[in-house]
Ligand binder design. Structure first.
Ligand code: NDP
Length: 271
């Protein structure tokens, strides 16, 4: 089954399900991506700071799937943004990935120097090095700041998003500005088993708990990039297009939001 595409504000589109590769190292990223591409994924999410871009590029080349069929995202790390090195950081990512272009490049966190970093992404897009440009972990105020300072609104804001953390303020700022929300940690980093509701809904739908958690985000129109290096989980996380959560289950899962983060807080981080 083909993954649905989500239209971006630059008229390009992104496959709604991708594979995350944070903490996939030492060849795990290569085997995970090859398996994912073999079972139908067409979207990979990496970052310079994951130190696996070379493996990501190798996996894509060895997969037999054409580069043009794959949607590839990377991210500019904070130190490069702060130092005013975003343009060079994009070139370095392209070199490590051994690819001519990225489908999406993001500023990883809203650090000092972000507006200059954003201008560098705009230039890289003009130069054909990057097709779509966006941000990650940006709060509503940061999004407004970018669209005020330049005439380019990010296509994507990649944020922590799962049933414990729906981030309604950021989501409504993104909706207002036409920015698609992409969820990191969409599987709550595997912590979903502590929430009994998922087992209940999974039983009703004859699906796994992970599939319920991911399907909930999908039905909210969110792009998801679940990470796994385990072949059967890679398949499980992709097989969520053949069922629908009823409205009651959606509402019950919505009610789990308790503003609880699993990862760092964009209001207060020190890296
Ligand atoms: P996820 O919510 O995707 O959870 C990943 C964890 O869940 C891993 O431990 C994985 O283990 C486990 N897992 C995967 N599938 C299943 C399953 N079906 N059942 C049970 N456990 C499962 O967390 P991530 O933090 O990795 O987020 C996803 C992606 O988002 C990252 O890989 C990265 O690409 C991106 N990201 C972006 C950030 C940003 O600041 N922009 C920050 C963090 C992540 P295993 O591999 O052993 O299966």
């Amino acid at each position: 089954m083909n993954t649905p595409d989500i239209r971006l504000n630059d008229n390009l589109s992104i496959p709604q399900i991708g594979l995350g590769v944070f903490q996939a190292l030492d060849g795990q990223e290569v085997s995970a991506i090859k398996h994912a591409l073999a079972v139908g994924y067409r979207h990979i999410d990496t970052a310079a700071i994951y130190h696996n871009e070379a493996g990501v590029g190798r996996a894509m080349r060895e997969s037999g799937v054409s580069r043009s069929s794959i949607f590839l995202t990377s991210k500019v790390w904070n130190d490069e943004i702060r130092a005013g090195n975003t343009a060079a950081a994009i070139d370095s990512s392209l070199q490590r990935l051994k690819t001519e272009y990225l489908d999406l490049m993001l500023l990883h966190w809203p650090v000092e120097g972000r507006i200059e970093g954003w201008r560098a992404l705009i230039d890289a897009r003009k130069a054909g090095k990057v097709r779509s440009i966006g941000v990650s972990n940006f709060l509503a105020e940061h999004l407004d700041e970018l669209s005020d300072a330049t005439d380019v609104v990010p296509a994507i804001n990649q944020i922590e998003f799962h049933p414990w953390l729906k981030q309604p303020e950021i989501k409504s700022a993104c909706d207002r500005l036409g920015i698609v929300v992409e969820a990191w940690a969409p599987l709550m980093r595997g912590n979903f088993e502590s929430e009994p509701l998922f087992a209940e809904v999974a039983k009703e739908c004859e699906k796994t708990q992970a599939q319920v958690v991911l399907r909930w985000a999908l039905q909210h129109g969110i792009v998801i990039i679940p990470k796994s290096v385990n072949p059967s989980r890679i398949e499980e996380n992709f097989n969520i297009l053949d069922f629908e959560l009823p409205a009651t289950a959606m509402r019950r899962i919505d009610a789990l939001d308790r503003n609880q983060r699993i990862g760092p807080d964009p209001y207060n981080f020190d890296f």
